[in-house]
Design a binder for this molecule. Structure first.
Ligand SMILES: Nc1nc2c(ncn2[C@@H]2O[C@H](COP(=O)(O)OP(=O)(O)OP(=O)(O)O)[C@@H](O)[C@H]2O)c(=O)[nH]1
Length: 413
């Protein structure tokens, strides 16, 4: 079920724009044109259904931001929309614990709102660790982070920070203030962290005093992703955080695209080689490798069309992902898949492959008006010392035998 966003806005054009934007973000807009209506809607709903509220600062029955007080007191993360903004209003808004504000200036600003809403949903899965010797400073940062739905962790020193990092893989961002850190300073902490976490997997933002500008450069040279000068304005705080978290997410997207097969979404050959070589570096005692090839696949293409061939490959890929979730499996290209088993007894490998072969052969495939069956042949090799290329060569020879023996079978050495 999609999460709801409560919009309180009396201006029809702005309401229409926000409603469209929220729907596009796969969230459900719940609209009220004044505070009384909003209170009525909220009292007859389950509060946890709402992701947040987007509230106009100035409403007919709430001219001075009273609707914001209502949504905040209802524990709804609140984004404020305002027609104009002078310093006084900006301060008034930011004094309240709102997520952010946007001004109704242009459509770009609404795009920012869209980005913000999707972040609020995604942030619930992002852990942020605040490392600062002073409890009050930690609390101030944690409070800001929680407004944006981040999962927060705190450490008063580097030692505890490293300890927390070992236990919680959900942490993707660290904010570290060097000022007063006992024993190990922030630069030393950074160099420890970078031994285990790359910049693309863990962003570190160093906080420094504007009087100590050299520290900012030292942070970056020592492996920090960014720095923030104190005293920071909380808008800048959020912009930096958003930018760094989005940077890591984009890298992750690129990585995933580079590692996976476009048609089926399974890992690709390149990723397979990388994974197997990493496993082999631990000198496994037992290794098995299977090449799986669809039988008479050309006939499926020729009889029912290329789209049907693609559909069949995707269905087979689903079975591959399901049956070999505990091993390293990939689409090698065309109608060929490959699975590597590390330290698995030969009899167990055989059983897993036979189960897969049988379940694939007994499944009925339906595409448009066509209904058909298909099968696979499998070449399986067990080796103690073989490198990946020699294992593939051997599995290929065994696959050839399986094809010649009549297909729909596993042949191993
Ligand atoms: N639809 C579709 N077809 C593909 C794709 N990749 C390769 N093919 C087709 O897969 C077919 C493979 O045919 P062959 O190598 O002759 O093998 P086969 O028909 O499966 O026969 P055997 O392996 O001997 O059982 C070719 O027709 C390729 O065009 C793909 O991504 N999508």
């Amino acid at each position: 079920m999609s999460r709801k966003v409560l919009i309180i806005e009396d201006h029809p054009a702005s309401m229409k724009l926000m409603r469209e934007l929220i729907t596009k973000a796969k969230l459900k807009p719940i609209c009220a044109t004044n505070l009384i209506e909003a209170k009525h809607i909220f009292s007859s709903s389950e509060p946890e259904e709402f992701l947040c509220a987007v509230v106009d600062y100035e409403l007919p029955d709430a001219p001075k931001g009273q609707a914001i007080d209502f949504t905040l007191s209802s524990f709804l993360p609140t984004v404020v929309v305002t027609r104009y903004l002078d310093d006084e209003r900006r301060d008034a808004i930011l004094k309240k614990e709102v997520v952010d504000y946007i001004t109704k200036e242009n459509t770009q600003v609404y795009e920012y709102l869209s980005r913000l809403l999707s972040r609020l949903e995604k942030n619930k899965k992002v852990g942020v660790l605040v490392v600062d010797a002073i409890r009050a400073r930690r609390a101030a940062m944690v409070s800001l982070l929680r407004r944006h739905n981040f999962i927060t962790f705190e450490a008063p020193d580097a030692e505890q920070a490293l300890n927390i990092m070992q236990r919680f893989s959900i942490i993707k961002l660290i904010l570290v203030d060097d000022d007063g850190l006992p024993k190990m300073n922030a630069i030393e902490l950074l160099s420890e962290l970078r031994q285990n976490f790359k910049k693309e997997d863990l962003a570190v933002i160093g906080l420094s005093n504007s009087k100590n500008s050299a520290l900012s450069a030292r942070y970056i040279k020592s492996g920090a992703n960014d720095y923030l000068l104190k005293p920071y304005h909380h808008e800048e705080f959020f912009c930096r955080i958003m930018q760094n978290v989005e940077y890591m997410e984009n890298i992750e997207l690129i990585r995933r695209a580079a590692d996976s097969d476009f048609l089926t979404g399974l890992p690709n050959r390149r990723y397979f080689f990388e994974k197997v070589q990493a496993s082999q570096s631990h000198k496994p005692v037992l290794q098995s490798l299977a090449i799986i090839d669809v039988d008479h696949f050309k006939q499926i293409n020729d009889s029912y069309g290329h789209d049907c061939g693609d559909y069949t490959l995707k269905e087979i890929a689903k079975l591959v992902a399901e049956h070999f979730a505990d091993y390293t499996a990939a689409r090698f290209g065309g109608e060929e898949f490959c699975v590597y088993f590390c330290n698995v007894e030969a009899a167990d490998v055989h059983k897993v492959l036979e189960d897969f072969r049988i379940s694939l052969a007994t499944q009925n495939y339906q595409f448009e008006q066509h209904s058909f069956n298909c099968s696979v042949s499998i070449g399986l090799t067990h080796q103690t010392k073989g490198d990946i290329s020699s294992m593939i060569r051997m599995a290929d020879e065994l696959l050839y035998k399986a094809k010649n023996n009549g297909r729909n079978q596993v042949v191993s050495n």
